[in-house]
Design a protein around this ligand. Structure first.
Ligand SMILES: [Ca+2]
Ligand SMILES: [Ca+2]
Length: 125
């Protein structure tokens, strides 16, 4: 099974599944906003925003779990360097991702990396 190298982008919501909008970027913003605006009052308050981000994180965590299972060829719950080789981005950053330096990647280590990547992404804006 081939995994997209952009592991951390796995959970990008396919916002344009229903045909091609004339302005995809605006359509994405609109659909994201209406997803966030839980009570549909046209405003997104801090609670709604935080709930949306939580759900987003959970969705990404699910994709990380999926990717982890796909990489863990022998199913022992940890990723060796050889197992990581099918995802070049992971293999390249293997040592950095292996935060406890035990020579294996755990699901937790991957999830921490995902959160860190997201936080870094958010901080750029
Ligand atoms: Ca393994
Ligand atoms: Ca480790």
């Amino acid at each position: 099974m081939k995994i997209s190298p952009l592991l951390f982008a796995l959970a990008l919501i396919p916002a344009f599944a229903n045909g091609a909008p004339s302005d995809p970027k605006q359509a994405y913003i609109d659909s994201t906003f209406s997803d966030m605006d839980a009570n549909k009052d046209g405003k997104v308050d801090k609670n709604e925003y935080s709930r949306f981000q939580q759900a987003h994180f959970n969705k990404q965590a699910d994709s990380i779990t999926e990717a982890f299972k796909a990489m863990d060829a022998d199913g022992d719950g940890r990723i060796t360097k050889a197992e990581a080789a099918i995802v070049p981005e992971i293999a390249r950053y293997f040592d950095g991702l292996d935060t406890d330096k035990d020579g294996f990647l755990s699901l937790q280590e991957l999830q921490q990396a995902m959160v860190a990547a997201q936080t870094a992404e958010a901080a750029k804006k």
